[in-house]
Design a protein around this ligand. Structure first.
Ligand code: ADP
Ligand code: MG
Ligand code: MG
Length: 245
C-alpha cells in the first residue's frame, strides 16, 4: 500500500527527515512513536503532499504509483486521508456541511457512525469552533469515515481526550482500519502517531517504529517497543533494539 524509499525532507532550510524507509502492506497498521519535535507530523504531512514539506531525496509510492511529486488533492483522490492533531477552526462552515461535501457513504451509514461517535449535539455547529478536545477528534474520525480512504494517518488521535473517550476512539480507529475483519478481508492500512500508547489497548497494530531526530531509529512489535519506552525512555529503547537486531 505505502512504500517509502530513502526519503529526506526539508522544511524551510532545515532538513527534518533523513533516510526514511517505511513499508506498510495492505491490511497493516503501524504506530510511530517519538519525542516532541522528532519529525512525526512532518512525515505524515509529507505523505499527504503538503507543499510546505520539500522532498530533497527519495520516493514515496502509494498503491504502486510514485506519488513523490503528486499534488495533495490527487493523493486524496487516490485514497490517502488524515486525522489532524489540531485541525483549524472554520467559522461559517458547519460540520454537517463539510460531511455532505466530502461523503462517499450512504446517509444510513453516516447516521450510524455519527451516533456511535455521539456527534449529534455538535453536528450543526461551525467546524471545530469551540469544540472540546474530544469533540475535535470525534469530528475528525467522522470526516475520515465519510471519505473512506485506503491509507489513513492519525496524528495523535488520543491527545487532549479524556480516558472514557480513548476507548471509543480506539475502537472506531480499529474499525476504520478494517481490524474488525478477518486478515484476508482487510483492505485498509494505517499509520498512527501516539505518545502514550494507552489507545493501543483498544486497537490492533502490527508494527511500531521510533522516530528520533528525523531518523527511524528502531522498529519492532508494538508491545516490545512500548514496554522499552515506558521503562527506559526513547534513547534507551533504541540501544535495546540495536542489541536485538
Ligand atoms: P513531531 O510531530 O514529532 O513533534 P514535527 O514534525 O512537528 O515533530 O517537527 C519536527 C521539526 O520540524 C521541529 O523542529 C519543528 O520545529 C520543525 N517544523 C515542522 N513543521 C515546520 C514548519 N511548517 N515550519 C518550520 N519548522 C517546522
Ligand atoms: Mg509534537
Ligand atoms: Mg506532531
Amino acid at each position: 500500500m505505502l512504500q517509502i524509499e530513502d526519503l529526506s525532507v526539508k522544511v524551510g532550510d532545515k532538513e527534518i527527515l533523513k533516510d526514511i524507509h517505511l513499508y506498510i502492506e495492505k491490511g497493516e497498521s503501524h504506530v510511530l512513536f517519538g519525542p516532541n519535535g522528532a519529525g512525526k507530523s512532518t512525515l505524515l504531512n509529507t505523505i499527504l503532499g503538503n507543499p510546505k514539506y520539500e522532498v530533497v531525496r527519495g520516493n514515496i509510492y502509494f498503491k504502486g504509483k510514485d506519488i513523490t511529486d503528486m499534488p495533495m488533492h490527487e493523493r486524496a483522490q487516490l485514497g490517502i486521508g488524515i486525522s489532524y492533531q489540531s485541525p483549524p477552526a472554520i467559522s461559517g462552515v458547519r460540520l454537517e456541511t463539510m460531511i455532505n461535501a466530502i461523503s462517499k457513504r450512504s446517509d444510513e451509514e453516516m447516521e450510524e457512525m455519527a451516533k456511535r461517535l455521539n456527534i449529534r449535539h455538535f453536528y450543526q455547529r461551525d467546524l471545530n469552533v469551540g469544540f472540546s478536545g474530544g469533540e475535535v477528534k470525534r469530528s475528525e474520525l467522522l470526516q475520515i469515515f465519510a471519505q473512506n480512504p485506503d491509507l489513513v494517518m492519525f496524528d495523535e488521535p488520543d491527545s487532549g481526550v479524556d480516558v472514557e473517550n480513548v476507548e471509543l476512539l480506539g475502537g472506531i480507529i480499529n474499525h476504520l482500519l478494517d481490524k474488525d475483519r478477518k486478515p484476508s478481508e482487510r483492505n485498509k492500512s494505517g499509520l498512527i502517531i501516539t505518545h502514550l500508547g494507552y489507545i493501543l489497548n483498544f486497537m490492533e497494530v502490527d508494527k511500531a517504529h521510533v522516530l528520533l531526530d528525523g531518523v527511524i531509529a528502531c522498529s519492532g512489535t508494538p508491545d516490545e517497543i512500548l514496554n522499552e519506552i515506558i521503562k527506559n525512555g526513547y534513547q534507551r529503547c533504541v540501544s535495546c533494539c540495536q542489541k536485538k537486531s
